[in-house]
Ligand binder design. Structure first.
Ligand SMILES: *Cc1c(COP(=O)(O)O)cnc(C)c1O
Length: 394
């Protein structure tokens, strides 16, 4: 079984590029060039340099001693929360802004739901001095005021999407419309391993620095280069794809993907895409998504804005369908408790997305000798208000 992408842009039966004809030239230009550009020594050098000096990589691989003791196993945290801007998303936006420059683009567009990808995009546009337009649903703009302010401070223009449900999918439609109208000078930065081929593969490759580091860091710590388990939360799937990437074909490394069950998988208020999803097309890619019987996309729900996505990237749909990864759903409540537990056991306040991954330890038992790497995808500063309300901390 092959777990990575094939020449046609598919992961098993998932992936591809299901796009309107008007978008074909843009996507095709990217498809024909992305691997060539990424292989250029100059490109690699600039990417690595920025990851080091601007993002602060390598991110530490930290042995969580007290957490390990509590669950009687060996847990290492991959500290993506320590990156500049506080999460893994910057790895991808750095890669894509360099790609845009190589392709001669001077205008960047993006869509954002919770605003995290919008901030990561606005950050790299400021870094490179490129124009940045971020589409965001009108409702999300109201819900995510601090991130809107951050984007504006970084010099981006935030354009409200006022159609439909006024959330992420409407912002995506606006971004696609913009790209169709501006095919020559504009690059569209997608924020996860979603979208038409080659986006899922390109984003996975930019994020794969995470598992590349895990390999040599384990070697340094323990003299071995693979763990027994890798655990990561999945919204679209990019932090998980990065943490899994160099272990995809090493099947004795077990992969655990954690989805947001919201109020419960069967509550109607959930974002557990793999369990609830059916095959369909979203964002230009064939994958698993939550939909009604007649194929309308269902609004997802999770307490964590970053996992609140109705689909999952095609790599993850394939990992689910093939059984390569084990999928676990974690409710809001379980995630919040696990988040608070990490604060008190390790002095680390995690993003609520990452707290979903941490909740696995209460729901699955591991052996004392198991070596587990957990992708701590982001820090919890952005989630303080949610923590305050949930635990009555005010
Ligand atoms: C956006 C985000 C996620 C979810 O996105 P993936 O593409 O699934 O990684 C997870 N954690 C944090 C901190 C995020 O900001």
């Amino acid at each position: 079984m092959k777990y990575n992408v094939d020449e046609k842009g598919y992961y098993g039966e998932f992936g591809g590029a299901y796009i309107p004809e008007m978008l074909y030239p843009n996507v095709e230009e990217l498809r024909q060039n992305y691997l060539k550009v990424m292989a250029e020594p100059e490109f690699k050098k600039e990417f690595d340099q920025l990851l080091k000096d601007y993002v602060g990589r390598p991110s530490p691989l930290y042995f969580a001693k007290r957490l390990s003791k509590k669950y009687n196993t060996k847990i290492y945290l991959k500290r993506e929360d320590l990156n500049h801007t506080g999460a893994h998303k910057i790895n991808n936006t750095i890669g894509q802004i360099l790609m845009a420059k190589r392709l001669g683009k001077n205008r960047i567009i993006a869509e954002t739901g919770a605003g995290q990808h919008g901030v990561a995009t606005a950050t790299v546009c400021a870094l490179m001095g490129l124009e940045c337009i971020v589409y965001m649903g009108e409702i999300d703009i109201a819900r995510q005021a601090p991130n809107v302010a951050r984007m504006k401070m970084l010099g981006a223009t935030v354009v409200p999407a006022t159609s439909g449900s006024k959330t992420l999918k409407d912002a995506t439609n606006e971004a696609i419309r913009d790209w169709i109208n501006n095919p020559v000078d504009t690059h569209y930065i997608i924020g996860s391993v979603v979208g038409p081929h080659p986006y899922p593969d390109m984003v996975a490759r930019f994020q794969s620095v995470v598992s590349e580091e895990i390999k040599w860091q384990l070697k340094d710590h323990l003299g071995r280069s693979q763990p027994d388990y890798i655990i990561a939360c999945v919204g679209g799937g990019s932090n998980a794809a990065g943490a899994y990437y160099h272990f995809l074909d090493t099947t004795d490394v077990k992969l655990i993907a954690v989805e947001a069950a919201g109020l419960g998988v069967d509550s109607g208020e959930s974002a557990a895409t793999s369990v609830l999803g059916k095959e369909g097309i979203i964002h230009g890619s064939k994958t698993l998504l939550m939909q009604t019987n007649d194929g309308q996309i269902t609004e997802p729900y999770s307490i964590s804005a970053g996992l609140d996505y109705p689909g999952v990237g095609p790599m993850h749909a394939h990992l689910y369908k093939s059984g390569r990864a084990e999928f676990i759903s974690i409710t809001d409540d379980q995630a919040m408790k696990a988040g608070l537990e990490l604060c008190q056991l390790e002095g680390i306040i995690p993003a609520i997305e990452s707290a979903h991954a941490l909740a696995v330890f209460k729901n699955k038992s591991f052996k004392p000798d198991d070596l587990i790497v957990l992708s701590l995808s982001g820090r919890g500063d952005k989630d303080l208000e949610t923590y305050i309300n949930h635990f009555n901390l005010a």
